[in-house]
Design a protein around this ligand. Structure first.
Ligand SMILES: [Zn+2]
Length: 218
């Protein structure tokens, strides 16, 4: 069973197996009421994602798919991998700090994202009729992407690795269209409609992912 609280109003969404009765779902949600209230209060206090702990059982996303984190503490090199298509295994030395867990995972996210980008750019360049001279991935607090038109340089937010891959394409098309039109005007919109007709759907997808979520057994 999966329970999520969505911004900005703290709307609650519950996913439950079809064999579960309504009464049991209701009971399960009631048992989580104080957690739900806590999430809703947290949204009001701070609009960004709550602090992660990187412990077993936590949910992490890769390209829009949810994985359950399994932390394995053994001595040796750090390692991240997907197991059984459902688990994200993080192998770290015992006592690895929160900051270093995050660092290991971010490097893995960065590699996953960077692997997807070149083929996408190569496909979009002849389609849109522009050339990207440089691109890179970095953490950004307020933007999903940016474009320096003079250098034809594009930056993509590391957080896109967690979003459905269509969101990455949307941001990439958006930044590449800036090589044709600097401003977010009607001309820009016309280009977006031409090169990615579903861009508004992807934009919505990008902004509606849950900021707080929790899993529990049933
Ligand atoms: Zn823009």
């Amino acid at each position: 069973m999966h329970l999520a609280v969505y911004p900005p109003d703290g709307r609650v969404r519950v996913a439950a197996p079809s064999h579960m009765s309504d009464d049991n779902i209701r009971l399960a949600v009631i048992s989580k009421l104080s957690w739900i209230r806590k999430q809703q209060v947290a949204f009001k206090a701070q609009p960004r994602q709550s602090q992660r702990e990187y412990v077993t059982g936590e949910s992490l996303y890769l390209f829009g798919k949810r994985y359950r984190l399994d932390v394995v503490e053994i001595y040796g090199p750090h390692e991240v991998g997907i197991k059984n298509n459902t688990r994200l295994q993080l192998i770290i030395s015992p006592g690895t700090t929160l900051k270093n867990r995050e660092k290991v995972l971010n490097e893995w996210y960065r590699a996953k994202l960077k692997k997807r980008i070149p083929e996408m750019i190569a496909r979009l360049e002849p389609f849109i009729g522009v050339r990207v001279a440089h691109w890179g991935v970095k953490k950004m607090k307020t933007k999903w992407g940016s474009c320096t038109i003079e250098q034809r340089r594009i930056w993509l937010n590391l957080g896109l690795a967690k979003k459905p891959v269509e969101c990455l394409e949307y941001i990439l098309v958006h930044e590449m269209v800036h090589l044709l039109e600097r401003h977010h005007n009607d001309n820009f919109k016309r280009y977006m409609n031409r090169y990615l007709p579903q861009w508004q759907i992807y934009r919505e997808l990008l902004n509606k992912a849950p900021l707080g979520h929790e899993d529990w057994g049933y």
